[in-house]
Design a protein around this ligand. Structure first.
Ligand code: KG4
Ligand code: ZN
Length: 345
């Protein structure tokens, strides 16, 4: 039975996991750094890298001992090699290189976005390629056709902010804590989604992409007006964001050709409102809807280990030990760079 050790350290979660090819997560450990970054209202890259250094090795030891396996029992050591905060990515990748060298196992340098993109197949053995994927995280907002391991076609991306970033900034504007997404979702549950008129950027536009910067500015103006309850602003923001992603998803689905399912992954896929709206869209189009369980949506190492398993199963080779970490690493290298999106992968 093939088994892979996965390591994740691209943002503010330090994580390790052992996953088998028959989709069992034998052990996993995750150390959130929320406490380190909360005072700053956002992730501070240097603090994140330092915390990864301190936390990663004990997490890996714990995972191996929980599962009662030796490193040499693993088929490979997989680690996120980008995109992400470069200091943290380097900590995980260098650790994986050392473990791979010491145990004489192949090293698999995994694209973090590929981890998110394939995570639904870890949770659901029946999900076949090609599928339509809405990948929504703190750094990314993309619609992709997932055609196979290592084969992704991007149909849309954001021209400014990622969706998770818009949730985080809304939380910051409303002063409801960090990380923002879950806080906005909790507050939105107590508000009226129609109370505050907010824009739906690019809704109905012929171009396929996303934009959330204008929505964020409108949230700021709504807050500054002093006329609205915070819960109403949160609910109205969430509704506007959902309307935008539904519109954009429909447009890309029209362009994508045949797919087996509509799938959502990435941190924002943990949002119940987002999931329900996409489920409705899939039903209207006669498509299956697949969303991984919440714990597999936000950053974790099981998805990195699983991407490693998929690569081995596809017969793809390991990576050289001198492979470099990549702060930017698009899933679809053919996709055009869109206006304003240069800061993202
Ligand atoms: O995938 P992820 O854990 O890390 C990145 O690769 O970016 O995504 C984190 C993002 C953050 O912006 C966070 O606020 C958002 O996902 N998020 C949510 C929810 N849970 C996490 N956004 C909306 N609703 C949630 N329940
Ligand atoms: Zn992520």
């Amino acid at each position: 039975m093939r088994m892979v050790l996965g390591i994740e350290s691209s943002c503010d979660e330090t994580a390790a996991a052992l996953v088998t090819e028959d989709r069992r997560i034998l052990a996993q450990a995750i150390a959130s750094q929320d406490d380190c970054h909360a005072p700053y209202g956002g992730v501070v890259p240097e603090i994140a890298a330092r915390a990864h250094v301190e936390r990663l090795a004990p997490l890996i030891e714990r995972v191996l001992s929980d599962a009662q396996v030796a490193l040499t029992d693993c088929g490979a050591v997989a680690a996120t090699a980008g995109p992400g905060l470069i200091g943290g990515v380097m900590v995980g990748l260098v650790t994986a290189k050392a473990l791979a060298m010491a145990s004489d196992r192949p090293l698999l340098a995994i694209n973090h976005l590929e981890g998110h993109a394939l995570s639904p197949r870890l949770a659901d053995a029946t999900l076949e390629f090609p599928y339509a994927l809405l990948l929504v995280s703190g750094g990314h907002c993309q619609l992709l056709r997932v055609e196979g391991v290592g084969r992704y076609r991007r149909f849309a991306t954001t021209i400014d902010d990622a969706l998770g970033e818009a949730f985080d900034k809304t939380a910051k504007i409303l002063g409801i804590g960090f990380p923002g997404g879950p806080a906005v979702e909790r507050l939105a549950a107590q508000g009226n989604p129609r109370a505050v008129p907010l824009p739906r950027p690019l809704l109905g536009s012929a171009e396929p992409h996303f934009s959330f910067a204008g929505l964020k500015s409108a949230v700021l103006r709504a807050k500054d007006s002093g006329q609205h309850a915070a819960a109403d602003i949160a609910a109205s923001f969430q509704q506007a964001a959902i309307d935008c992603i539904l519109d954009r998803a429909q447009r890309s689905l029209d362009a994508m050709g045949q797919v087996t399912a509509l799938v959502v992954a990435g941190g924002v896929a943990a949002n119940a409102g987002v999931r329900a709206a996409l489920e409705g869209l899939a039903a209207r189009r006669g498509l299956r809807f697949v969303a991984p369980p919440q714990a597999l949506c936000t950053d974790n190492a099981a998805m990195i280990a699983w991407a490693g398993i998929e690569r081995l199963a596809a017969g793809l080779p390991g990576d050289p030990l001198d492979i470099a970490a990549r702060p930017r690493w698009p899933l679809d290298p053919q996709a055009e760079v869109v206006r304003g999106a240069g800061v993202k992968a």
